[in-house]
Design a protein around this ligand. Structure first.
Ligand code: HEC
Length: 137
């Protein structure tokens, strides 16, 4: 009886401390991702993600659904017609060949925390797996 209780208490503590750690990691990724977003994305999509007139689309949940695809677009760029908020965009988004996998993971975490309300990080592993399967340019 006592043992069960102790074990239960131990598991609860373990669970809480893990949660704390993953929340801290999430905050770190969001902070780094915020800075990287200002440097690599905000010129076009703007700091508030609302885009710029008919030139650059607002970040849209329609296109954020497919994470692997967004990872490929960040790394390799994209050029295909996209409809966002009823407007058609068809300008190229440039590639970011120099961004490291960790940096892409941080940008993704920031974007999905801000425009997708996610509380989990996008891991480096997720980025690696997606990049391996990107359509060839
Ligand atoms: C030079 C301007 C430019 C920069 C910098 C840029 N983008 Fe884009 N982005 C575009 C354009 C233009 C499109 C539409 C592409 C098309 O139609 O082929 C787009 C499309 C997108 C889309 C899909 C459509 C939407 O609005 O949801 C996402 C997501 C996206 N960009 C994220 C990013 C992220 C994250 C970064 C930073 C790593 C970034 N972009 C940097 C211009 C840019």
């Amino acid at each position: 009886m006592k043992i069960t209780f102790l074990l239960g208490a131990f598991l609860v503590v373990l669970f809480l401390s893990c949660q704390g750690e993953s929340a801290i990691k999430h905050e770190q990724y969001v902070a780094e991702g915020f800075t990287l977003f200002q440097t690599h994305c905000a010129n076009c999509h703007q700091r508030d993600g609302k885009g710029l007139e008919n030139l650059y689309p607002a970040l849209s949940t329609d296109y954020l659904k497919d994470k692997a695809q967004v990872i490929c677009w960040i790394k390799n760029g994209v050029h295909q017609p996209m409809t966002v908020n009823g407007k058609i965009y068809n300008r190229a988004m440039p590639a970011n060949p120099d961004l490291k996998e960790l940096e892409i993971a941080e940008i993704m975490t920031y974007v999905y925390a801000t425009w997708g309300k996610e509380t989990e990080i996008t891991t480096v592993k997720t980025v690696q797996t997606a990049l391996e399967k990107c359509p060839s340019k």
